[in-house]
Design a binder for this molecule. Structure first.
Ligand code: ZN
Length: 250
């Protein structure tokens, strides 16, 4: 039990962080440096396994919008990079440390720069709020928690892995996985703030998500993005409620 107590104290001291803007307390066990290293490795894999778009004008447009959002993100320590992947799947993501990827598929849905800034702000918000690291920390914490509990309950060692599985623990560690609704709402809030701060029109965030909702209700496929980003009335209402709370001055 001494070990168990040590591990639990370690978990508690391990890492408390605070999400930007919302000031939500987060439990994060990996350092920013580790997280950025993971992001850089993952970015290399993405570049190697994808076809980057040869459309120079489109690349320049995404870079220009991305740099405006990055400029108000407060993270000049990030090594920002904006890539366009030639792929009809509607998708976009930002890896820890500022490596952003837009698929041409999502750019068929966005109607203007403000809507691209909506997606850009949202994805960058996930990285700024360290949602990937937080999710990995929650997974490993529940894993360690299950092991500690199993030890305390005298579960024989050979059954501990099974116990961990029964506890709902998976060993899968991935940076590109669906986020919980809580993370989605937080990324919407931070993302709308970022696009507004960068000079874009936050009303277009509503328009974008309404278009996404129409696409999903028509049964048209936008699976990658919609499976991780459900465009439903709850999300749209939360954004509509948030826009009037933006400060009067940029
Ligand atoms: Zn998201």
């Amino acid at each position: 039990m001494k070990l168990a107590r040590f591990v639990l104290i370690g978990l508690l001291l391990g890492g408390c962080a605070t999400a930007p803007l919302t000031n939500r307390t987060q439990f994060i066990m990996i350092s920013s440096e580790q997280e950025m290293a993971l992001g850089a490795t993952e970015a290399q894999k993405v570049v190697q396994s994808s076809k980057l778009s040869g459309d120079k004008a489109l690349q320049a447009r995404i870079k220009r919008i991305g740099e405006r959002i990055a400029a108000v993100s407060g993270r000049s320590d990030y090594v920002w990079e904006f890539n366009v992947i030639q792929d009809d799947t509607p998708n976009a993501f930002c890896l820890p440390g500022g490596k952003v990827f837009f698929y041409t598929g999502i750019l068929k849905i966005t109607e203007n720069d403000d809507q691209i800034a909506t997606v850009m702000g949202h994805e960058i918000a996930h990285a700024l709020a360290r949602h990937g690291a937080e999710r990995m920390s929650m997974q490993s914490a529940s894993n360690i928690g299950a092991q500690v509990l199993a030890a305390a309950l005298n579960v024989p060692p050979e059954y501990r892995d099974l116990y961990a599985q029964a506890y709902g623990v998976t060993s899968q560690v991935g940076l590109i996985l669906p986020y919980s609704r809580k993370f989605e709402n937080e990324a919407d809030q931070i993302g709308v703030y970022l696009m507004w701060k960068a000079g874009y029109n936050p009303a277009q965030a509503l328009k974008f998500w309404e278009n996404m909702e129409k696409l999903s209700s028509k049964g048209q496929k936008a699976p990658a993005f919609l499976s991780t980003h459900p465009a439903d009335s709850e999300r749209i209402k939360a954004i509509r409620d948030y826009i009037p709370l933006l400060p009067a001055q940029r």
